[in-house]
Design a protein around this ligand. Structure first.
Ligand code: FAE
Length: 547
């Protein structure tokens, strides 16, 4: 497959887009032994796309963390798994030779069916920075609900394609509030270690960190946190740290040091394509249909479930509608995706026996962003690694854990930037809107105030100590807080409420939830290690008891 199925930068159309839409995807023979290899080596396409009319033992909706764990473990247990993914396969370079667009120059590849970018940092020096792009099934979805924009990855690998790779296990003492019905001893002895190993988690070499230009911003963050009495902690990541050191040395193509992150990393980051999904493919038991979106699941008359799937074109239109049956269906479409499907299916009579917990318990992991303006003697560096590696832990005292995040603009900004995860208690609910035929989420914009208050327990103190101020130019004109968004949607089909204590949906044998929608709104840190560990726990039980 050549590179021409992806759009030219800034072009209004794309050539051979339909090719990807019609092409199936299997990760066969793709398992990578090293992670430094370019992402385009991570997968291989063949015409194995689901045809319609078939019967499959297990169908998994979505290819993010939960779906990938389910696929790998089921496949290793000898079960054939078909994965259905609404996003693209992300295995083919565009006309610039890269699979993924750079954060500083978004193009059609960057956003899911938008004609204008919706960058989380919408402004710079007060000026709006969003730009027009061709509508395309791009990698980052900025999904708007009335009170919040939820950012999500779209494609084979789900959120692992677009996220910062920060792989954080919650502190043991906080776990009881994260997943109250789960045995913490088992999680910390078995499933967190299993998840960390499967994801390829590692930590920056502290000695290299202390000397690397690309972490000047993090060292400034550390110095200022410590001067105000806050602990600075190194945060593990799935980025290949050896590869990053080579990037800094100039011996390999740059990814983290070229500012790649939000729209994909071309090298270095161990997305699920290179870890769980590659291993799943190596079993020979997993097939994936990209650009296929599940629209209906209902009991089949002969047993099992009828699943209706739209095959999408890269302009978002439907090329074909297919119907298959499956003995078992795993919902792994992410917190928002799974919650929307289940809420709709319950309300519209396709799965009326789901219980009243469906759609409830959704939270934003307390996400809020802010920037600070440093003095001229505290430059944060023109070249910043896009991969954060440290955080400020004020969870116990102030309810906030703040990532010291990069601003990879390529110029010196003297800005420190942070994404805080806070103990925001507010929880929203999804509901079916019959008038619009869509699922609504009742999150209110004002519900971010507790997050702002908790983040201020850190940054007001640092500003007072340093004699500095908040940046007001990153999220609008004179707007300090990035309080309109989340990167970390959680909940909507909460464990032991909408499901049993292992993700089996109440009311329907053979239907499971295995993604972030199981977690009731907050993980106290970045969520994907917990999503992966919980999926490892649940699938082990399901394989033993149900298959
Ligand atoms: P997810 O990974 O979202 O996968 C769901 C998949 O299902 C997606 O590929 C969807 O396209 C697909 N899908 C949805 N609906 C359908 C449908 N109807 N039919 C077929 N397919 C469908 O779910 N977390 C961290 O722990 N550390 C970080 O550093 C971090 N940084 C982030 C940065 C950004 C910009 C973003 C957006 C997220 C970040 N996250 C981070 C969050 C993390 O990626 C997220 O919690 C997980 O990806 C959620 O995993 P799930 O398996 O629940």
């Amino acid at each position: 497959m050549t590179d021409s199925s992806l759009p030219d930068k800034g072009s209004s159309g794309v050539s051979r887009r339909g090719f990807m839409a019609r092409t199936g995807f299997i990760l066969g023979a793709a398992a990578l032994s090293g992670h430094a290899t370019a992402a385009h080596a991570a997968s291989r396409t063949t015409a194995t796309v689901i045809g319609g009319g078939e019967h499959v033992p297990v169908l998994v909706i979505g290819t993010g963390y939960g779906g990938s764990v389910a696929a790998l473990r089921l496949a290793r247990a000898g079960v054939h798994v078909h994965m259905v993914e609404m996003g693209m396969s992300w295995d083919t370079p565009g006309s610039d030779g890269k699979i993924f667009a750079n954060t500083t120059s978004p193009d059609a590849r960057s956003y899911w069916l938008r004609t204008k970018t919706k960058q989380p940092l919408s402004n710079f020096f007060g000026f709006p920075i969003d730009r027009s792009i061709p509508r395309y099934t791009g990698i980052l979805d900025a999904e708007d609900f009335s009170g919040i924009t939820v950012y999500q990855g779209r494609g084979v690998g789900g959120g692992s394609l677009v996220n910062g790779g920060m792989a954080v296990t919650p502190r043991r003492e906080n776990f009881g509030a994260v997943l109250p019905t789960v045995n913490a001893d088992e999680m910390y002895s078995t499933y967190y270690p299993r998840a960390n190993a499967g994801l390829g988690v590692g930590t920056v070499d502290p000695a290299w960190f202390d000397s690397a230009d690309c972490y000047q911003y993090a060292r400034v963050g550390r110095k200022q946190a410590q001067r105000s009495g806050f602990p600075f902690v190194f945060v593990p990541d799935v980025y290949d740290w050896d590869y990053m050191e080579k990037e800094a040395a100039g011996t390999v193509p740059k990814s983290a040091l070229a500012g790649e992150i939000l729209y994909g990393n071309n090298y270095g980051k161990k997305s699920l394509q290179k870890t769980y999904l590659a291993q799943a493919a190596a079993t020979g038991n997993v097939t994936i249909s990209p650009l296929h979106k599940v629209t209906s699941v209902s009991p089949a008359s002969a047993g099992g479930y009828t699943v209706v799937i739209d095959q999408l074109r890269t302009d978002g239109s439907t090329e074909a509608t297919k119907t298959v049956t499956a003995d078992k269906v795993f919902f792994a479409a992410g917190s928002v995706g799974t919650s929307k499907l289940l809420t709709e299916f319950k309300a519209t009579g396709r799965l009326p026996g789901l219980n009243d917990e469906i759609g409830k318990g959704w939270g934003d992991n307390g996400n809020v962003m802010c920037g600070r303006a440093n003095h001229l003697w505290d430059p944060t560096g023109a070249v910043q690694s896009s991969i954060p590696c440290g955080g400020i832990d004020n969870w116990a005292a102030g309810g906030a854990f703040a990532e010291v995040a990069p601003l990879p603009t390529g110029i010196e900004t003297f800005a420190s930037f942070y994404l805080s995860i806070t103990k925001n208690p507010n929880r929203a609910q999804f509901s079916w809107n019959a008038a619009t035929g869509k699922v609504d989420l009742n999150w209110q914009a004002s519900w971010k105030q507790p997050s702002i208050d908790m983040a201020k327990t850190i940054f007001d103190k640092i500003n007072a100590k340093e004699g500095t101020i908040y940046r007001t130019d990153l999220f609008g004109v004179y707007k300090i807080w990035g309080d309109h968004l989340t990167y970390h949607p959680l909940g909507g089909a909460v464990l032991d409420r909408a499901t049993d204590n292992y993700g089996r949906l109440h009311g329907y044998s053979g239907l499971y939830v295995i993604d972030g929608s199981l977690i009731p709104g907050n993980t106290s840190v970045n969520p994907f290690v917990t999503i992966t560990a919980l999926a490892e726990r649940n699938i082990e039980k399901i394989i033993t008891a149900d298959l």
